[in-house]
Unconditional design. Structure first.
Ligand SMILES: O=C(O)CCC(=O)C(=O)O
Ligand SMILES: [Fe+2]
Length: 320
């Protein structure tokens, strides 16, 4: 099987839909009217999971609407995140270096997302050793998680003998300052329950969680959205409600407002600006049965667009 590298997936966060303006509205030669100002056209909503890029020329716009990220886990059932539980610094540093060198070595190449596939418990045959090491270290770290149930840990990291046929995907995303990913629920028909996200790189980013369908009964939107600061070396787990009923995304910004903490005196409502650095995330998720067959009828790209999955549907087989 031949391998293909993912293509460029950068999009501007705001776009003007030139096709929506008819010639008559734009042309001063129109037979019917004086020349008119073109109607303002609202930006077209981005497909879920689209990798986005801020308008770097005007970061102040993003500053005005920037929410304050919290440093603690949000109360979303099925979401497990402890910001004080961090991967060892030397391992994180070496995995980051290997990701940059193996996948993102050409700065002008435009690649910002790579996918690899392996069989549960036998990832070492398919993933490069540094990703197998990361997976093993993540499993060890999550054993110390204060609230992650034992069964959930076993579901995320089964022994080779029990889940020999399950396929695991690793998706590696590179974010330069100003880049993000549009809110999405990972593709429902392609991926199973249990998503593990590792943050690597300089600083951190805020991840925004929002109910995929806001509750009608409360109306005030309270508790429907959370902006959560993901520090480098932290690990996030999404299961059940958090995986299926909430979107996650990262706003395309060059800096973020982050709640005071991390050794600094914490005041009520206190926050600091944090400049974004280069971030690499590694997300491990289960492929549903049949979803590892590429090019058949099992999964069409239409499914991908309607469900959203945070990827651009190009893949690279790790075994080749
Ligand atoms: O970068 C991240 O942490 C999230 C990536 C993601 O949500 C995805 O690829 O589906
Ligand atoms: Fe995602």
């Amino acid at each position: 099987m031949s391998s293909s590298l993912p293509h460029v997936t950068h999009f501007l966060a705001t776009t003007v839909d030139a096709e929506a303006l008819s010639d008559g509205e734009l042309s001063p030669d129109s037979l019917f009217d004086e020349p008119r100002e073109p109607h303002p056209v609202p930006p077209r909503p981005l497909p879920p999971g689209t990798r986005t890029m801020a308008e770097l020329a005007n970061p102040e716009n993003a500053d005005l609407t920037c929410p304050i990220s919290r440093r603690s886990a949000p109360p979303i059932p099925g979401l497990f995140f402890d910001p004080s539980l961090l991967l060892p610094a030397d391992l994180a540093e070496s995995v980051l270096r290997s990701c940059m060198g193996s996948f993102f070595a050409h700065p002008g190449g435009g690649v910002n997302q790579v996918m690899l596939f392996g069989r549960a418990g036998r990832e070492s045959g398919a993933f490069p050793p540094f990703l197998s090491d990361l997976l093993a270290a993540t499993s060890t770290l999550l054993m110390q998680h204060p609230t992650l149930p034992r069964e959930t840990h076993a579901m995320l990291f089964p022994p080779a003998s029990t889940h020999a046929s399950c396929a695991r995907q690793a998706i590696i995303n590179l974010y330069r300052p100003g880049e993000g990913i549009a809110p999405h629920v990972d593709l429902l028909r392609r991926f199973g329950d249990g998503i593990v996200g590792v943050s690597l790189g300089d600083g951190g980013v805020p991840m925004r969680f929002a109910r995929a369908e806001p509750r009608l009964e409360t109306g005030d939107g309270d508790g429907d959205e959370y902006e959560v600061w993901l520090p480098s070396r932290s690990v996030l787990v999404l299961t059940r409600e958090a995986r299926y009923e909430w979107t996650h995304g990262i706003a395309p910004r060059v800096r973020d407002k982050v709640e005071d903490g991390d050794g600094m005196e914490k005041e009520e409502g206190g926050w600091q600006w944090q400049e974004r650095g280069v971030r690499v995330s590694v997300t491990f998720r289960w492929l549903l049965p049949g979803a590892d067959i590429v090019g058949g009828d099992a999964i069409s790209d239409d499914d991908a667009i309607s469900d959203g999955d945070g990827e651009d549907h190009h893949q690279m087989d790790a075994g080749e």
